[in-house]
Design a protein around this ligand. Structure first.
Ligand code: MTE
Ligand code: MO
Length: 322
């Protein structure tokens, strides 16, 4: 998978991993050479974990000296991906038992002038490759991480699709494969997993499609090969392993809202002042900090991105935007 294309505003060369190791190679080649070199041996050990050892090029618009990226090992082993089990450690095991994410076809459909079916690697090439952004990540279950994503702004894909004026929403559908994916034979959720955004939210510069983590192809358990990232919203909005992106005139019903509309809404904007019916959202456990349970810190409105996104909700009651 394509990893990143440097931009003018990125960090100087001295802060960057040698490119030859992994930049801009198809995922297949990356995985082959990674296996040959003994996996993580390709990457400097310091890459995995701390801000100081984090060599990737970061968009300064999103750089925050207080953000300390969570260790790669934790991001990729503490997961929510109910298709592969409801316990945090199950997706890492179950999504890597022969489930294939390459090649991968994604369909762009609905109210747009340029619908298409396209292979994921080809889509990333067409959109000019990937860049890296470090974002806060807040799950509705009141835990958080900081994740260095690789990928591309969702607005680029939307421009390619060229939505018609009637398009007001966009939905993201995960694969549906109950034969091979055990979780989809259970009724924990209505499958396939579906998420949605208002079109202006989707076009916001923070909205992102991730193709990698820490400069490495995104692991199956984190939603290979393409997954949504909307950092001011709770993690359940970040639909994984997307097969269809559809432009709609009406607000879609997302899977969690369908499951339990009292507890989960469409907007799911992070808001410490609106408690989940069963627990407080005022604070969060920072995974990987301060022991097994994680250090507690205060949750920020819009997960810290209020300055950028609050205008999207002007005139709307923030308490209704859960
Ligand atoms: N298809 C699918 N996407 C999903 C989920 C899921 O169960 N299935 N879980 C969501 C939830 S609740 C969270 S918190 C994030 C977790 O992403 P991560 O495991 O990469 O940290 O993925 C979201 N996307
Ligand atoms: Mo979540």
């Amino acid at each position: 998978m394509h990893i990143r294309v440097p931009k003018d505003w990125e960090l100087p060369e001295s802060a960057v991993t040698p490119e030859g190791d992994y930049a801009l190679r198809p995922r297949r080649d990356f995985l082959k050479s990674a296996a040959a070199a003994g996996g993580a041996a390709l990457l400097p050990g310091a890459l995995l974990g701390t801000t100081a050892g984090f060599p990737s090029r970061v968009n300064p618009a999103y750089r925050d000296p207080e953000l300390k990226p969570t260790a790669y090992e934790l991001i990729t082993s503490y997961c929510n991906f109910y298709e592969f089990g409801t316990a945090k450690d199950q997706p890492k095991v179950n999504a890597n038992r022969g489930w294939k994410t390459e090649p991968w076809t994604v369909e762009i459909a609905g109210l747009c002038r340029n619908p298409m079916k396209i292979e994921a690697n080809d889509l990333v090439t067409k959109l000019g490759g990937a860049e890296q952004r470090v974002y806060r990540f807040r799950c509705v279950e009141a835990w958080s991480m900081v994740i260095p994503w690789d990928g591309f702004p969702l607005s680029k894909l939307i421009a390619l699709a060229d939505p018609k004026p009637e398009a007001k929403f966009v939905s993201f559908t995960t694969f549906n494969d109950p034969k091979n994916v055990p979780g989809q034979r259970s009724d924990v959720l209505d499958w396939p997993y579906l998420e949605g955004l208002r079109l202006d939210e989707a076009n916001h510069e923070l909205s992102f499609i991730a193709t990698g983590i820490y400069g490495r192809p995104i692991p199956n358990q984190n939603g290979a090969p393409l997954r949504l990232v909307v950092p001011w919203k709770y993690g359940f909005k970040y639909g994984k392993s997307i097969v269809k992106i559809e432009f709609l005139s009406r607000q879609p019903v997302n899977s969690w809202q369908a499951m339990n509309p009292r507890e989960y809404g469409f907007y799911a904007n992070v808001n410490p002042a609106v408690d989940h019916p069963r627990w407080s959202q005022a604070s969060e456990r920072v995974i990987g900090a301060g022991g097994a349970l994680g250090m507690r810190q205060k949750t920020l409105p819009f997960n810290g991105y209020g300055k950028q996104v609050a205008a999207l909700y002007a005139g709307m009651d923030p308490r209704k935007l859960f």
